[in-house]
Design a binder for this molecule. Structure first.
Ligand code: DOR
Ligand code: ZN
Length: 358
């Protein structure tokens, strides 16, 4: 019997990206159109240099994003605040009032531009209390920075050492464990209360750690948390395609210039904004779960953050296209995107201007 083919076209509500790095200046202008073409909204990370740790800095960045948006593109940046050890609870309350959607916890030293982050979670309990009081979700980069912990175990250890006690100590704080990479994270989130959720990237659904070393070292597949072994990738695919509303889309698209990646000490970050929803469609098709893509990409995130889903629709069509070897990143640099020079199996059809509204 011939195997029934899944339909070659999918229409879903326009998706949102719940974890995105847009950078600033010329890099922002270069990468923003990729995300704006695919997503109605994106939760924008605050790890600029200097970090966005005041309300004024966050709101000024929001204005720069909106100014960099090409005319006619509808896209709403959802802003986040960078938690620092010196922050006052009042900053949390002011940010919540101004519509900042979440505060981001970077353990100090865990990743790119995280040096200003938190060393000691105990010392910032008043910030978590303030967040709990105003119901502002806490978005967490969940890795320990303890150098004695193996880099592949840092997420698992963070959950036991820090996240489990935090969930216990702040019983109504809403928490998003960002870009999860392990089966332990999948289980912790699945077994936790409704106020605990997780984002999952396309690259962690499509690649395991072997890809980092395929024929030689692959700096453009290096990100944090680093890709894990196949068993973990399978657990992530199962979670993303399960229909469980605790899991939703967050690309963690993180552009770095080619020179910063192809270096003796290359930066962490994978650029995926150019093909983000298409890559998720590939992962969901491989799992035989395309019918679950809309929930993961367009419904679960807004439900968690208390926002309505987008009204516009996006059409994805099966059919390969070749990703450029690089995209310009400002005047003097370029970014090497995920799948550079290779094919992506799905394409996003251009939306009519009327459908461009979020
Ligand atoms: O790979 C990553 N890149 N992980 C992060 O947590 C930060 C990001 C970046 O900003 O480049
Ligand atoms: Zn990130």
């Amino acid at each position: 019997m011939p195997t029934p083919m899944a339909p070659a076209e999918r229409v879903i509500r326009r998706p949102d990206d719940w974890h995105l790095h847009l950078r600033d200046g010329a890099a922002l202008a270069a990468v923003l159109p990729h995300s704006a073409a695919r997503f109605g909204r994106a939760m924008v990370m605050p790890n600029l240099k200097p970090p966005l740790d005041t309300l004024e800095a966050v709101l000024a960045y929001r204005e720069r994003i909106l100014s960099a948006l090409p005319a006619g593109m509808a896209f709403e940046p959802l802003m986040t605040l960078y938690l620092t050890p010196h922050m006052k609870p009042r900053t949390i309350r002011d940010a919540a009032r101004e519509g900042v959607v979440a505060a981001k916890l970077y353990p100090a030293g865990a990743t790119t531009h995280s040096a200003a982050g938190i060393d000691d979670l105990e010392a910032v309990r008043p910030l978590f209390e303030a967040m709990q009081a105003v119901d502002m979700p806490l978005a967490i980069h969940g890795e320990v920075t303890d150098p004695s912990v193996d880099v592949f175990d840092r997420e698992r250890v963070f959950i036991e050492r820090h996240l489990r006690p935090l969930m216990h100590d702040f019983p109504s704080l809403r928490v998003v464990l960002e870009h999860i990479t392990t089966e332990q994270a999948v289980h912790f989130v699945s077994d936790g209360p409704q106020r605990l959720a997780a984002t999952i990237t396309a690259h962690h659904l499509l690649y395991d750690r072997n890809a980092l070393f395929a024929g030689g070292i692959r700096p453009h597949l290096y990100c944090l948390p680093v890709l894990k072994r196949a068993r973990h990738r399978q657990a992530l695919v199962a979670a993303a395609t399960s229909g469980n509303p605790k899991f939703f889309l967050g690309t963690d698209s993180a552009p770095h210039g080619r020179r910063a990646k192809e270096s003796a000490c290359g930066c962490a970050g994978i650029y995926s904004a150019h093909a983000a929803i298409e890559l998720y469609a590939e992962a969901f098709e491989q799992a035989g779960a395309l019918d679950r893509l809309e929930g993961f990409a367009s419904l679960h995130g807004p439900a968690f953050y208390g926002l309505p889903p987008n009204e516009a629709r996006s059409t994805l069509r099966r059919g390969p296209w070749e990703v450029p070897k690089s995209y310009p990143l400002g005047k003097a640099d370029e970014v090497v995107p995920l799948r550079a020079g290779e094919e992506v199996a799905w394409r996003l059809l251009p939306s009519s201007p009327a459908a461009g509204h979020t």
